[in-house]
Design a binder for this molecule. Structure first.
Ligand SMILES: Cc1ncc(COP(=O)(O)O)c(C=O)c1O
Length: 433
């Protein structure tokens, strides 16, 4: 481990210089100088997950408001300062003469981002489109398949509301049928889940949507098994990976899917307004882009990026977030996220009146925990935590998994988790007083 002096030289140098009154050109700060050095730390991911010296560095890499205890990182996450600074540099440079500096110089650099994302997902670079969020990637897929009246689309009742709404619009416009079914909460039997999908397939089923992680509970779904089952029946499966990418370690080989879309502003900690779409190479030509592209691009993954004028800064700063992610290490991050989630979940689940909706088994969840107090409506509970304690959590009113969705992130401190637990325990004992 390096000394406090070395730490401040590395992590706090830029801020220190600015506070000292020196006017710095942002471009003169080398990224390496403001990036924490994780190299002295050794041990298994589970050991590192409990090494507060390691995570102190990570916590200090963010400029979040510590007077708020933000335990809703599932919605959208703040990015580390190094990512934010990169985005600002690109934004400044774009604005010099956008038609030249943004379109001619920066825009072509997105190809490097594509390569880095493809390396992370372990697919071909020509299979990755950079989008503005998971919704965009998923809607490209949901709207991009040719279907005809009477065709059925299958998903579960816990898929993301916008992704369901998107299919409902197709239902109305094209006379299709959306079939939804329930999955158990929590779901700890992958074979049973696959059977449920299988049971709801009919001769008319032409498309399946499955969430890799269910946003309501953090449930990890057996995507590969569902894809294998559907492939035997020639039914394409769209994988909603909004919550999985960079939350825990996996890649394409673990999913075996042909279609996957994710946000990057959740767990990869990229700038807000970034996402990724994967379409297997031989499937690209069959999907209509949501924003039409020239026919010469029919089998080019970039046809999904024909969205008109857009900022280059957000996209290019994705690289910084990938470097940050790899610097920490995917396994260490996964282990820490689970450690933070377990810290509140294992303490609170012992209370007599709690409602638990998340499996703690490693293969079924990671960073997210859904937990509630019986008899207290989650909206009222979340509002109470915010007004009384400035703690942000997400109320889940879904009838199958009522509770609070609590999602710490790698910048969350242990005492922030403990403050949440103290507040929760008081309500569990005394009610909303
Ligand atoms: C499962 C799931 N799918 C899709 C989305 C949409 O993501 P975005 O808002 O980044 O488009 C979310 C957002 O929370 C989600 O949880």
């Amino acid at each position: 481990m390096f000394s406090r002096k070395e730490f401040f030289k590395k992590v706090a140098l830029p801020a220190g210089l600015l506070l000292g009154g020196t006017i710095l050109n942002a471009n003169s700060i080398h990224l390496e100088e403001s990036m924490p050095d994780f190299s002295p730390f050794t041990g298994t991911p589970e050991e590192i997950a409990q090494d507060e010296a390691f995570w102190f560095q990570v916590q200090q890499s963010f400029t979040v408001d510590r007077s708020l205890i933000n335990l809703n990182n599932g919605g959208v996450s703040p990015c580390p300062n190094i990512v934010l600074e990169a985005m600002k540099r690109y934004l400044d440079y774009s604005n010099k003469a956008p038609v030249y500096t943004m379109w001619q110089i920066l825009e072509p650099e997105r190809e490097t981002v594509r390569k880095r994302l493809a390396a992370m997902f372990a697919c071909d670079t020509e299979e990755i489109a950079i989008t503005r969020n998971a919704s965009e990637g998923l809607q490209i897929l949901e709207l991009g398949f040719d279907l005809k009246a009477g065709d059925e689309i299958l998903c579960c009742t816990q898929d993301y509301p916008r992704m369901i709404t998107t299919f409902q619009q197709r239902e109305k416009r094209e006379n299709l049928k959306l079939v939804q079914f329930k999955v158990p909460v929590p779901a700890e039997d992958p074979a049973e889940i696959v059977r449920l999908y299988e049971k709801n397939i009919t001769a008319n089923t032409k498309l399946i949507l499955v969430s890799h992680v269910i946003n309501l509970t953090g449930q990890i779904m057996p995507v590969r098994d569902i894809v294998r089952m559907a492939r035997k029946r020639d039914i394409p499966v769209i994988v909603d990976g909004a919550h999985s990418f960079a939350q825990f370690k996996f890649n394409l080989a673990d999913l075996e899917c042909d279609y996957y879309a994710t946000s990057l502003h959740k767990w990869l900690l990229s700038p807000i307004g970034t996402g990724m779409l994967f379409v297997r190479k031989n499937k690209i030509a069959n999907i209509w882009p949501m924003t039409p592209a020239p026919s010469t691009m029919a089998d080019n993954i970039r046809k999904f990026e024909e969205i008109g004028t857009h900022p280059a800064a957000n996209t290019l700063a994705i690289s910084e977030s990938i470097i940050f992610h790899n610097g920490i290490g995917a396994e260490r991050k996964e282990a820490r996220l689970r450690y933070l989630r377990d810290r509140f979940y294992k303490r609170l689940m012992k209370l007599p009146n709690v409602q638990t909706n998340t499996s703690l088994k490693k293969e079924f969840s990671c960073a997210i925990g859904n937990i509630g107090i019986k008899g207290i409506e989650p909206g009222a509970l979340a509002a109470y935590f915010f007004s009384k304690h400035k703690i942000i959590v997400t109320p889940i009113g879904h009838e199958e998994c009522t509770g609070l969705r609590v999602t710490p992130n790698i910048y969350t401190t242990l005492d922030e988790i403990d403050m949440f637990c103290d507040a929760f325990e008081k309500v569990s004992k005394n009610g909303l007083v």
